[in-house]
Design a protein around this ligand. Structure first.
Ligand SMILES: [Zn+2]
Ligand SMILES: [Zn+2]
Ligand SMILES: [Zn+2]
Length: 133
């Protein structure tokens, strides 16, 4: 049985450390942080009907054109936290991702692009090209 290569994850970076406006448009300014702590707190305090809909309904991302959805069977806190992280990573321009290979400075706003770069450029079968040489 061939073993499945495990590739390293992109490194998440904050591109902005200044407070950012709430993406739900309420005007609140929130600390920029990748684990979305202040966003989680704000969403559950100020946007409770949205982030904690009745158990029978899915939580839908309200951002235009976004199809992200969080099913009702998922736990409340988990839903709010995952939703907050989604807002920070996908709807606020404050996060980017970096290739973890030593000496490589490749960065992109999208983690899937960095994953593609990791698998196609800097790592072969999960082993760093620089380390393998
Ligand atoms: Zn808000
Ligand atoms: Zn969204
Ligand atoms: Zn790289």
């Amino acid at each position: 049985m061939p073993s499945v290569a495990v590739y390293p994850e992109p490194i998440m970076l904050l591109t902005q450390t200044e407070p950012v406006a709430c993406p739900l448009g309420c005007g609140a300014m929130l600390a920029a942080d990748t684990d979305a702590g202040s966003m989680v707190k704000h969403l559950s305090d100020a946007h409770e009907p949205l982030t904690n809909p009745p158990r029978t309904r899915a939580l839908l991302c309200p951002c235009p054109g976004c199809t992200n959805k969080y099913e009702p069977q998922q736990r409340e806190e988990w839903r709010t936290r995952t939703f907050a992280r989604h807002l920070v990573q996908d709807h606020l321009d404050i996060v980017s991702y970096k290739c973890p290979a030593e000496g490589c400075s490749y960065k992109n706003k999208r983690s899937d692009e960095v994953n593609k770069h990791i698998k196609g450029k800097c790592y072969v079968n999960g082993v760093g090209i620089a380390e393998a040489v």
